[in-house]
Design a protein around this ligand. Structure first.
Ligand SMILES: Nc1ncnc2c1ncn2[C@@H]1O[C@H](COP(=O)(O)OP(=O)(O)OP(=O)(O)O)[C@@H](O)[C@H]1O
Ligand SMILES: [Mg+2]
Length: 253
């Protein structure tokens, strides 16, 4: 589904955070939202998900305002993984992932829901902990469980806030590869992400946020030395190898 973010302005109790953010996102895009701490990335994801209602502007899915969707349709449309997942009710990893099927099931779990859950547990490489309590996992394991739950939801739009923040190198790659393949299945995926090198490798569309405004947006062509330096107020070195682009911070301006 095409997602239109239209003129979003948001403040927390008078504290302005997003200022007239407008962006068109095509179906199946894999979008990286990048920018300094506090620039509004998480707030933007929450506005898109509908948890926060902007004071001005709208989020439209194929021309429909997401705030007009009823709760079950919204749950089938958006999967959201927050930046920090606090303590959750005790449940096994399997049951926590199965919870992602909730928008589709009444009181009875169907065989299909269990199969989808098992498949995703396998894809996220968490089979070995499937029977453990989610509150007794390491940060990275928990993160993969919450990503798995969002995938089990089979949403049209996936929103993930720092999905690789707690992951080791191998799992960073696996999760981004998986999200890349999910977006190829036409699920539009937006991630707020600090690792520019990973974002540059896997994502196809970039939104650079600075002080609540879009500093730049577009394809890989916007990942220039000038843009990155101005976005973060630092100096960077940029390298190209194997058709990939790498940024290394070089110093403060
Ligand atoms: N619940 C809240 N109440 C009040 N202010 C908030 C709240 N959440 C965030 N803010 C403020 O809004 C601004 C944007 O925060 P946000 O979490 O969207 O930034 P971010 O780009 O995701 O940052 P980070 O890279 O650190 O995750 C910050 O100045 C922050 O202090
Ligand atoms: Mg954030």
């Amino acid at each position: 589904m095409n997602l239109s973010i239209h003129n979003i302005t948001f403040s927390y109790n008078g504290w302005p955070v997003l200022d007239e953010v407008t962006e068109e996102i095509g179906k199946g895009s894999f979008v990286a939202i990048v920018g300094p701490n506090g620039s509004g990335k998480s707030t933007l994801l929450r506005c898109i998900d509908g948890i926060l209602k902007p004071q001005k502007g709208r989020v439209l899915l194929e021309e429909k305002d997401i705030h007009h969707l009823d709760r079950p349709s919204r749950a089938r449309t958006f999967g959201y993984v927050p930046q920090e997942s606090n303590h959750t009710p005790p449940a096994t990893v399997f049951d926590a992932v199965l919870m992602g099927r909730k928008p589709y099931i009444g009181w009875r779990v169907r065989e299909k829901d269990k199969q989808i859950t098992s498949r995703i547990i396998h894809q996220l490489n968490i089979e070995d902990i499937a029977m453990k309590d989610v509150n007794k996992l390491s940060g990275g394991q928990r993160q993969r469980v919450f990503i798995a739950r969002a995938l089990a939801q089979q949403p049209e739009i996936l929103l993930l806030d720092e999905p690789t923040a707690n992951l080791d190198l191998r799992h960073q790659l696996e999760v981004l590869q998986l999200l890349g393949s999910v977006s190829q299945d036409n699920i539009t995926t937006l991630v707020a992400i600090h690792d520019l090198n990973l974002a540059a490798q896997y994502c196809s569309h970039f939104i650079m946020l600075k002080e609540g405004k879009i500093f730049s947006s577009g394809g890989r062509e916007i990942l220039t030395k000038e843009n990155i330096e101005a976005l973060y107020d630092i100096e960077v070195n940029i390298f190209h190898a194997d058709n990939k682009i790498f940024f290394v911070p070089a110093g403060k301006k």
